[in-house]
Design a protein around this ligand. Structure first.
Ligand SMILES: [Mn+2]
Length: 318
């Protein structure tokens, strides 16, 4: 059943210790959501822990305290509530899917279109551009004191899921939350300095790879990267996370995708499309999912060049 934010706030108010989850290889919206909740629950005198698996980028590490993250076992008896953010499909919880399913008191807060509700209490609003905006609305309802850490986390998710307020999901709610957190004292200069005004040599190397190696197939732009190359640039999949968004900025391109071999044989597909064009159905055909303009999937047992053809077909024949 679908719940209001008020319902969720009641459950959280009754909780003493909350385990927070988000999807594997968390993006900045996923991390921003669970960290904003983590800090907020602490200010309310409650205990919380974060459980996430996967790579975290260098920029993310400068915005959140990565030491807080648990990636080991989650003891179900230690928590009265489980909450997960930015996840529409249990599979996206990776190894934590089973443990999440075992708990009775679970909350799901998300902005993806869900085919199935996975929590006891679910608030899903696909009209919202980032999950951290929903976290913000929830925390406002709970009369949270918004300290600078919480504000940073909310902005981190908001600005990254909207791609600095330019993605087609950007709407009046995105700006409303941006306005309010700025009013609450968000240090815009400091956070923008970290997120957008510092580029490491490694990032330059990845950008160089992207703009040297991308290919066009009519209105589809794409780039492939094998594991050997990824290693030679001493990166991980997070260093390629902006590839498909960047390719979509090319003139006359309506769809873009990247396929990264993040581990030997494990291929990760990230797809983007302009407003009015859809990549979600293509991602679903490949066993993945996402939003209409930002989606992804995984594949194994195939090659980069074979999979490239499959992805192009999936986009064309949607
Ligand atoms: Mn998100």
């Amino acid at each position: 059943m679908m719940n209001s934010l008020k319902d969720l706030s009641k459950v959280l108010k009754k909780s003493k210790k909350v385990a927070l989850f988000t999807h594997i290889n968390p993006d900045s919206d996923a991390l921003g959501s669970v960290f904003a909740l983590y800090y907020a629950l602490k200010t309310m005198g409650k205990d919380a822990e974060i459980f996430v698996k996967g790579d975290i980028s260098d920029v993310q590490k400068r915005l959140i305290d990565a030491k807080v993250i648990n990636s080991g076992e989650c003891n179900i008896n230690l928590f009265d509530t489980y909450m997960c953010c930015d996840v529409s499909d249990l599979k996206r919880l990776g190894d934590y899917a089973d443990v999440f399913n075992l708990k009775n008191n679970t909350i799901v807060l998300d902005h993806h279109i869900a085919t199935q509700l996975i929590g006891k209490y679910n608030h899903i609003d696909a009209s919202i551009s980032s999950c951290t905006e929903l976290v913000y609305d929830l925390l406002k309802l709970m009369k949270t004191h918004f300290n600078s850490k919480i504000l940073t986390c909310i902005y981190m998710g908001l600005t990254s899921d909207t791609n600095s307020f330019i993605n087609s999901n950007t709407n009046e709610h995105s700006f409303k939350v941006a306005y309010e957190i700025a009013k609450f004292g968000l240090d815009l200069t400091a956070i923008n300095e970290i997120m957008y005004k510092s580029v490491s040599k490694k990032e330059v190397a990845f950008k160089q790879y992207l703009w040297t190696n991308y290919k066009l197939d009519k209105d589809i732009a794409y780039v492939l990267m094998d594991y050997k190359t990824l290693q030679s640039l001493s990166g991980n999949s997070t260093d390629c996370s902006g590839f498909s968004s960047k390719l979509l900025t090319l003139d006359n391109v309506n769809y873009s995708f990247s396929i990264i071999e993040k581990e030997p044989g494990v291929l990760s597909i990230s797809m983007r499309s302009r407003a009015g064009y859809n990549v979600r159905s293509a991602a679903e055909k490949l066993g993945g999912g996402g939003h209409s303009c930002a989606a992804g999937a995984k594949a194994q047992g195939t090659t980069l060049s074979k999979l490239k053809k499959v992805v192009i077909d999936a986009i064309r024949n949607k």
